[in-house]
Ligand binder design. Sequence first.
Ligand code: DPP
Ligand code: ZN
Length: 854
Amino acid sequence: PRSIWLADYQPYSHVLDKAELCFRLAPKGTRVSARLHLRPSAAARGRHVLRLDGEALRLVSLRLDGQLIDLTPDPTGLTLPADLLPDAPFVLETEVLIDPVSNTALEGLYMSNGMYCSQCEAQGFRKITFWPDRPDVMTRYTVRIESDLPVLLSNGNPTASGPGWAEWHDPWPKPSYLFALVAGDLVACRDSFTTMSGRKVDLAIWVRAGDESRCAWAMDSLIRSMKWDEEVYGREYDLDVFNIVAVDDFNMGAMENKGLNIFNSKFVLADAESATDDDFARIEAIIAHEYFHNWTGNRITCRDWFQLCLKEGLTVFRDQQFSGDMRSHAVKRIEDVALLRARQFREDQGPLAHPVRPESFVEINNFYTATVYEKGAELIAMLKTLVGDAAYAKALDLYFSRHDGEAATIEDWLKVFEDVTGRDLSQFKRWYSEAGTPRLEVSEAWEVGEAGEAGVYTLSFTQHTPPTPGQKQKNPRVIPIAVGLLGPNGDEIRPTEVLEMTEVQQSFRFEGLTARPVPSILRGFSAPVLLARDSSAAERAFLLAHDTDLFNRYEAGRSLAREMLVAQLTGGADLRATWAAALAALIRDESLDPAFRALTLRLPSEDDLAQALSERGHLPDPEAIRSARRAAQDLLAGGLSADLPGLIAGLASDRPFLPDAEGAGRRSLSAGLLALQTRLDGGAAARQAFDAADNMTSAIGALTALLDIGAGGAELAAFAARWQQDRNVMDKWFMLQAALAAPDQAVELVAELAAHPGFDLKNPNRFRAVFGGLSANHAGFHRADGAGYRLLADWLIRLDALNPQSAARVSAAFETWPRYDPARRALITAELDRILATPGLSRDLGEMAGRMRA
Ligand code: DPP
Ligand code: ZN
């Protein structure tokens, strides 16, 4: 398959002035009629061929200005020769037949539990009808749907309906990837929102009968999102209705189609009994994310798919700001950075590393990555840090006014910041074009003053970015480094200041100090870099106790735990006592937010440790990592044994469950402590907690603690008996078992779960629960005989035949292979080769396996 290059971008030959679509829905033969009002673009005047994309379509008829024409499509579309086309506006009418029932790829129009549903991002619309399926071709759509199903939805505003039909008109020009259609037997949870200019918007969340009681949180989140975007970004909603639909079979989390967001049901439905605090937080964030796309993505869209980060990085940044405002900024930042490191840093260090704005792709679906999304959001955060809040706000206002209704680029985005601030951002732009995580080394110097005089403290930084696939040479980046200084007694003696590094090597002096300070570097994680600093365990413990920047306080604990474990695994100094004492003090400190304590209590994951070892040039041994990590948990549990029952009891509450940040924090710390207690009491407390749980968070916390010590059989059975009819809840049951099975049992257990009657290869959530669970089980997946690799490859090949996009996504479990020992490397690459040799392999999985193998 061919690579597509950013450098080859060409504007489209024609302008699409408006379009009318009619869908006559039938499960195996849906008839789609399209009328495209086209004219040659100014640049292409003087006749040009017209190329329309189209895949898996049966062309019934094609008419040009009413005249039937006889053309045969090729496998990827239809070309109308130049001599057929007028050099003036014309109307092209097509009629095609499509087969939603057979569409297991879940791209285009498909069926899920008797409901018709569409997914068009990135290139699904070409599976619905012949079309210029590219984001820079925007037009106004009128849609008619004919079906006996009671609920018929599309984008924009409803204009007319009758028995068996409905019509919709979207007044806002949009690219085809934002098209949506839903038809089904659905019920609505309704509310309304009055916008800042006083327009009333009807809100509806459409679900299956029986799920109405689980929509309240999503609706509440939607209303808060609409209000927040008005208050913080001045963005008002622009249609009479806003519809959300929940669907069980969905490749992504959710989709921001104009006025008709479609959601994976697990990111909509929630109540205390069936959803955890994490689910509630994720629903709030994703509802906000998709809503925020209405301006950052829909009103201003992307010129081409290389600009994906333009809408995704910015919208992730906006949803992170929103969640921080709704909850705790420090806690949210800690969680976001943990995710960035676990997924994006991992991606950057392996064969799938790519720039935030890639230069080429074979299948764009393979670039909906942590790099484009999460690192893309970090770039926005850095820009905001560099220019300041006021200039950021001005730049965004200019972006919205200058580019409303356009398909824009990263160049356009950076230009508004340059115009507002007068800064030259050409060096900053390297963050978009160069892949890889810069490594920032720090050294320090202290010059004591003469008697009675102040001393000078100097921080020196060196940046280096290792080569990534296709990019050997790296250039120095602009790195905002937020630094504060603490005095020997723990008081802050210099508040946070942002140092702006632009060179390979740079020093910064702090004058007028009376004693040697302790530096708190990269506060708030002010840049997505790897901070390499040889500081002592004592200094990390000091910062864990005193840092006034909560993120760096957490970071001190995390790095202390990591250094302690790395030392255990590589024969370094024994730091366990320092670590355990520092952490125990923090856990007992009831003046600290429980959510913060819960995050700091969490040890680096086994995968994090494998990454840390590999960064230092060691081969990670999955079994040894697991043992060292568990031994550390035992040590901590032992040290806290007298306090645990009291601490846990102190966190209990008689109030009914509320999914707020305060309650979530308490439950999170309680679950962390219960996991430690379970290592001491064989599961007695956890069993009690499971039986007493009146909400899903507490039940899952207890079950996790039990499974982690190899217990929990009875609880698993009880859980399944209660929830077997609930797809989303049962995903947790599948996932937890796979992720927490003992390493020597994980592969067999996962094979059994895949043979379970509840396993459904057509449901992406269930596949991810089972096989994402397997790859999250670090020691189990990396079993020395390669059985884990073999099992995953077998199932990826099977899934690929049905759903290439999901298969490709899960295949990234193999991306870490270069870290491991030669035997494991050989086993993984052999599985990648086996995948590559599969006849009929998809472009999606083929590109992923090929890049991992290159
Ligand atoms: N639905 C995905 C998202 O919102 C892709 N746009 O990020
Ligand atoms: Zn998005």
